[in-house]
Design a protein. Structure first.
Length: 98
C-alpha cells in the first residue's frame, strides 16, 4: 500500500469513526428525551390517579337527581364495577357479571 493510499484509508476510518460517534451521541440524546417524556407522563398519570376520588360520582345522590329509589336496580352492578376498578391498577381483574 502506498503512503497516499494508507493516508486516504486512515482518513476514511477517522471519518467513519466520527460519524459513528455522532450517531451514538444522537441516539443517547433521543433515549434521554424519551426517559424525560416518560417521567413527565408518569407524573401526570400519578396526579390524575390522585384526583380520581374527587372526580368520581358521589356514592349517594339525592333522589331528585337519580330518579325514584325503585329505579336503582342497576346500582349493585355499578358498585361491583367500581370495586373492580378500585382494586390495583385500574384494569379489570375479573370478567363482568352478565
Amino acid at each position: 500500500m502506498t503512503d497516499q493510499a494508507h493516508l486516504t484509508s486512515r482518513q476514511g476510518e477517522e471519518r467513519l469513526h466520527q460519524e459513528i460517534n455522532e450517531r451514538i451521541r444522537y441516539l443517547e440524546r433521543q433515549v434521554e428525551e424519551e426517559r424525560e417524556a416518560q417521567c413527565r407522563a408518569d407524573t401526570l398519570l400519578a396526579r390524575l390517579m390522585d384526583r380520581v376520588p374527587e372526580l368520581e360520582a358521589p356514592a349517594e345522590a339525592p333522589p331528585d337527581e337519580r330518579g325514584s329509589p325503585e329505579t336503582g336496580e342497576a346500582e349493585p352492578e355499578r358498585a361491583e364495577e367500581r370495586a373492580r376498578y378500585e382494586r390495583g391498577s385500574g384494569r379489570r381483574t375479573e370478567t363482568p357479571v352478565a
